[in-house]
Structures are given as C-alpha cells and as structure tokens.
Design a binder for this molecule. Structure first.
Ligand code: COA
Length: 229
C-alpha cells in the first residue's frame, strides 16, 4: 500500500533546533542544504529528508544511522539494502510530503498560482491542453495544476525525471478515473489526488491502486522527539 506523510514547515515557529536536525541527515545532504541561498529552500530539503527517514524508521523498524540513500542516474533517491521499499519526496510552499510503497511510486505537490496558459500549450499533450480549454476560464488554473501534479507524479514514479518529454504522454481524467497513455511505456499506473489544503494540488502515482485514504501529518516537534534532538 502507498502511505503518504506530510509536514507543514511553517506551522511551527520553533525551528531553533535546525542545526541539531541537520545532524540527522547524511553529510552530503548537509553540505547541499548549507548551499541554499534561501532559508526556505534549505528547510524544504532538510524536512524532505527527515520526513522520509521518519517514515522509513517507523515502518521498517530500523534506526536512522542504518538509513543510506542512493541515487539513480536521473537523481531519484532510493533506500540502499531495501529493494522492495520505495519512496518519493516533493515540496512546495509550506508543504513537504513523501510517499512510501512496495513498488515504484511518485508524488508531487504544487502551490496553485497564476500561470500563463502558454505553458500548457507548450509542454502538455494536445489532449490535455484541449481538456483544459474545454473548461470554464475560472476553472482552468485548477485543472492546469491537477495535470501538472499528475504528470510530475508519473515522471517521478518512472524515476527518469524530465528526460521523459512532458508532451510524450497524456493524463486522462474521466468518469473511469485517472489514467496515463504513454506510447513508450505500457506499464499500468494508478493515480490518486489528495487534498492538502487550499492553494495546493497534490498527486501520487503508483503501480497498484492501494492508496492510503488519508495523509499522516507530523510536525517539527514530533520529528525532533523522534530523532532525539
Ligand atoms: C527533479 C524532478 C523530478 C522534480 O522536480 P520538482 O517538481 O521541481 O521538485 P519536487 O519538490 O516535486 O521533488 C524534488 C524531490 O524529488 C526527488 N527526485 C529528484 N530526482 C528525481 C527523479 N529523477 N525521479 C523522482 N524523484 C526525484 C528528490 O527527492 C527531490 O528532493 P530534494 O530536491 O529535496 O533532494 C523533475 O521532474 C523536475 O525537475 N521537474 C521540473 C518541474 C517542471 O518543470 N514541471 C513541469 C510541469 S508538468
């Protein structure tokens, strides 16, 4: 089953133990986090790593020091020594989310913002663009971000990042549910959209349709306690 975890990083003003929490991730990740110019980006990267460590340690009953990540050639992280444990991370605005699964999985959260529909014309498939344009003008931004998160969750589940052209596959939303049409890959994929709050869209893509109904939300205090810092 896919399980979804989330942390709202600005809901807790007590971030004075940033330095202690930083010690809970690998030295390579610490170096990457320290390079961010914007503190918010550093926080998102740190809490993404911590959230997935929390999910891994609590589900696999291993300790944080046993958690070692490796990256595939496109940068998708996975857990060393546990080939049947899959996960994926996403962050946007105040939200950091992750999903765990026994099969390849992808997740994407996006802040809904005003966008130029030329982006959809340029990057989405013809069918997706036509679907968005068939909607009332006031609904189009909402649909844009539904497609965006569904498409991102798919390429993140495949693990190949943007080496998969965004217009090379098409997401379909109809009465039958959500599916993907990809002429280069006939693997069956399943999707679920989660409501994570006004102003955000979020989607998960998995090889099966056993998705958790809800999201396990943790806060920074819980994580500090969990990691004993
Ligand atoms: C890197 C990418 C996989 C996701 O990027 P993103 O949407 O900007 O970022 P997200 O917050 O959703 O995901 C970032 C996390 O994905 C994971 N990730 C990195 N490479 C990945 C890959 N090839 N496959 C799956 N996950 C990957 C990492 O855990 C990363 O976390 P970190 O940056 O803290 O290390 C890639 O798809 C990308 O660059 N997308 C650009 C966004 C875009 O233009 N989308 C078009 C709209 S359809």
């Amino acid at each position: 089953m896919s399980e979804v975890f989330a942390i709202k990083i600005q809901s807790d003003p007590k971030l004075d133990n940033f330095e202690n929490l930083l010690q809970c991730v690998s030295s390579e990740k610490q170096a990457r986090i320290k390079k961010f110019r914007m503190h918010e980006d550093a926080l998102r990267a740190l809490f993404g790593d911590l959230l997935v460590r929390y999910a891994i340690c609590s589900r696999l009953k291993i300790s944080n020091v046993e958690v070692v990540f490796k990256l595939n050639e496109y940068g998708k992280p996975s857990l060393e020594g546990f080939p049947y444990f899959h996960f994926n991370i996403s962050h946007s605005g105040e939200w950091v989310v992750c999903v765990t699964d026994s099969l390849p999985v992808g997740i994407d959260v996006e802040t809904i913002r005003q966008i130029d529909m030329g982006i959809a014309k340029r990057f989405f498939s013809k069918d997706e663009f036509a679907f968005i344009n068939s909607k009332e003008i006031c609904e189009r931004v909402d649909y844009f971000f539904q497609f965006w998160t569904l498409k991102e969750s798919y390429i993140k589940a495949c693990g190949k990042g943007l080496s998969i052209p965004l217009d090379s596959f098409s997401i379909r939303m109809d009465e039958g549910g959500i599916s993907v049409l990809d002429i280069n890959d006939n693997t069956e994929w399943f999707f679920k959209q989660y409501g994570i709050g006004a102003g955000y869209k979020m989607a998960v893509c998995s090889r099966h349709d056993k998705f958790s109904n809800g999201i396990e939300t943790v806060d920074t205090l819980q994580l500090s306690k969990f990691f004993n810092v």
